[in-house]
Write a protein that binds this ligand. Sequence first.
Ligand code: NAD
Length: 357
Amino acid sequence: MGVFERMMSDGHEQVVFCYDRATGLRAIIAIHDTTLGPALGGCRMWPYPSEAAALEDALRLARAMTYKSAATGQNHGGGKVVIWGDPAAEKSEALFRALGRFVGTLGGRIVTGTDVGTDKQDFVWAKQESPWFVGLPEEEGGSGDTAVLTAYGVWLGMKAAARFVWGDDSLRGRRVALQGLGKVGTRLLGHLLEEEARVTVTDIRPERVAEICATHPGVAAVAPDAIYDQPCDIFSPSALGGVLNDETIPRLRCAIVAGSANNQLAERRHGDLLYEAGILYAPDYVINAGGLIQVADELLGFHPERARRKVAALYDLLLRIFAISREEGIPTCLAADRLAEQRIEQIGRLGRIYVPE
Ligand code: NAD
């Protein structure tokens, strides 16, 4: 599929390819929709196997950001920045400053920050060249690590799902299979253990699993691929995307899927498969919106309590999505999409009212 054809299929507004000869920077900036405001979305650095894979990731993630912003009530559109490169080998001040200049050429149509493969320091460099970066360290005027509020939102989202399924939102004694012990997964584990859930973990980094099991003796561990077969109440995909697919869904032995990973469904139809299997799926872009809510708040002048309050509202939002799914007999991912599209339509329409300058 050509780039225009692909853009037309999901309605992307703009795709910018950036190359800097001096640093070797190869970046794709994808802007999906700016009806509600400037696009907001993280910057991922990854050694993609091909240019097509990098572009596809940027487009998919940008679209998800439009829905995430709209469904959670932000005045932002969706976008994503992807750097095609190895974060372990190719990072430098010059590379991120080059990115800062390219993002600057868009004049604020997109605001970006940390994601997989990038960290706060990268954007301290980038922000020297243009102001459109968020999620910087607190001492640099940013709001700090977004994993804290993301994990908080996922934990509350799990509780909302528990309430919907079992009529009680306590996770005490509930069996949770947690995939991924990174920044979010580790904090989510903390919330779960505090509530006395029974947690089984996995990660592709065995040393990380060993570390967690040593410090938390009650936590069990399984090999990465075995997590899908684990009998549990809640499966929590909190590593990478695409893990809910034709191969894994028939293996799941849970009542709820609720995790932090972006783009958990390999394809949209996998949301239908979960629905048909009677598994309640907490739509990824809603349950993991804590980080987005934090950086959107940062753009208003970060107020930690206000941001936490907004993240706490994800609990009721998810209950609403689950209720729409039940009442209308549609998968939860579709119910979430509808809420997002309604907001884009309703708020977007306001721009039609002429206001003299
Ligand atoms: P991270 O890179 O810190 O952690 C990811 C962890 O997953 C790592 O420990 C990695 O070893 C592990 N992993 C990778 N593949 C795996 C596999 N197949 N099986 C088991 N473990 C595997 O990332 P993070 O910040 O914790 O984010 C986790 C997920 O949540 C990502 O999908 C990210 O896009 C999403 N997310 C993060 C935030 C945030 O604020 N950090 C916000 C929203 C969504």
